[in-house]
Design a protein around this ligand. Sequence first.
Ligand code: ADP
Ligand code: MG
Length: 358
Amino acid sequence: MSTLELVGVTKAYGKTIAVDGIDLRIENNEFFCIFGPPSSGKSTILRLLLGLAHPDSGKVLIGGRDVTDSPPASRDLAMVFQNLALFPHLTARENMAFPLRERHETQAVIDAQISNVAEKLHILPLLHKLPGQLSGGERQRVAIGRALVRKPSAYLMDEPIAALDARLREEMRVELKRLQREVGHTLVYVTHDQEEAMSIADRMAIIWKGRVAQIGSPDDIYNRPVSKYVAELVGSPPMNFIEGTVRSGRFQADGIALDLPLAGLIDGRIILGIRPEDVAVSSAMPGQKPSGFSIFETEPLGAFSIVDIIAGDTILKAQVRGHAKFPLGQEVNLHVDPSHCHAFDPINGANLLLNGQR
Ligand code: ADP
Ligand code: MG
């Protein structure tokens, strides 16, 4: 149970700046996700917290204590790595017992801890097996179990379930969330899967090129992205972007018939952002003036459908409920709710409607 902090931390490997002046504070008992594309510096952040890497500048604090120069063993953090390293010659039970034996716990404590954790992870029937006799998902759960039995001050996980198939991943993330709530410990969880981060994090940091692009709850990140970059990174299908001009409180798109009231902006060029679920589509009426929008493709996905709409020389995506029944090429009308639109600076990508401007 600890807060974890990086204060102005920079770490370079030769010419590569892996972590570039990061400030990050992870609160006690929170499920904190570190999310970003590959090579953005996520694993390096964990290594800095663990003490496996030393910052070039800045400080690392655990529970408010400066541990920048403390060795990994004294930091009392448990790590589940991307590649699970179970001892192949030890059973699942002995793999889980390993960190407790290192701490010279009694057999009674070891048995009790393993039973407790194994039950939560649904691996009780597997404890007598060797890693070679377990499936990938089972091995993953044993590795997680081995981290859990130690009761450290915080858990760090580096893409712990990335190797599992989709259904098992979904199951495991629900399980992890439940476990973290039950155990009530600080958990730092690295992932490059936005859906995973959004679904399990209490708060998350978006890392980009070694820097923090935004920190907030999944709701903040999704609904109040600070930049076009963040807006683009979360949500699937991704947000639609439409360039255009704002004049006297109205947005006029370049080259397509989209004209909306958009309050709170000074006149000039913007990139309008609108999520697919905020675009509604209806069939054009016979005899109406041409809308300029037509169906390019529909992708029914069961509960909803993704509709690709030709708009000038771009494609806009709409997400509609149920099975969309638009014939290809059909002319349609688009309905966009201005109160759900985002506006970004075309030069630096900043969200122009944050900070009480709206
Ligand atoms: P992520 O986990 O987000 O994929 P990493 O933190 O592993 O990113 O890496 C960030 C950058 O630092 C990458 O460009 C990577 O190649 C580089 N890097 C990380 N660790 C080392 C290392 N030990 N030696 C050299 N370069 C490294
Ligand atoms: Mg990594």
